[in-house]
Ligand binder design. Sequence first.
Ligand code: ADP
Ligand code: MG
Length: 154
Amino acid sequence: MSRTPKVIPFPGADENPLVLRADWLHEGQREVYDSPARFKVVVCGRQWGKTSLAALTCVEEAAVRGGKAWWVSPHYKEGDHAWEILLFLCKDIPGVQVERRPHYRVHFPSGGSVQVHSADNPDSLRGATLSGLVMDEAAKIDRQEEPATAGATR
Ligand SMILES: Nc1ncnc2c1ncn2[C@@H]1O[C@H](COP(=O)(O)OP(=O)(O)O)[C@@H](O)[C@H]1O
Ligand SMILES: [Mg+2]
């Protein structure tokens, strides 16, 4: 992943949103962030920062590189939570457009977008060509849906 300067606020810094540079990542997050691997599987404890790191990665792919990214949560409820985090991350990015119907999707001036899906609607996970994919809480997602989605990434 490149070190392109970012203008994305850090979740959790609600009172005084920081301009996000890679320097807020803790050592473990940094290791994942810096890895050039195409597929990254993060198995860490609660509150480690998995969702935050994944949200940053998604937004960066779309906002900085103009990519098409999907966020897949196991169920609608977790997807709703992810949506709130993504909106927070995006709120200060100039020119960002938020769509709620027919899809929960954020569009960036770069041409990129992040769309939130839940895996309890598996048919909605097929057929896309993506440049980035996050499967949050992947252990709760039916394994049958993994290849259908992961295989679509470039
Ligand atoms: N590098 C960091 N430094 C400080 N706080 C962080 C960092 N990464 C995440 N957080 C905060 O820690 C909390 C848990 O993060 P989250 O991404 O939800 O963890 P997980 O998904 O692993 O349970 C959140 O309040 C988040 O804002
Ligand atoms: Mg999480």
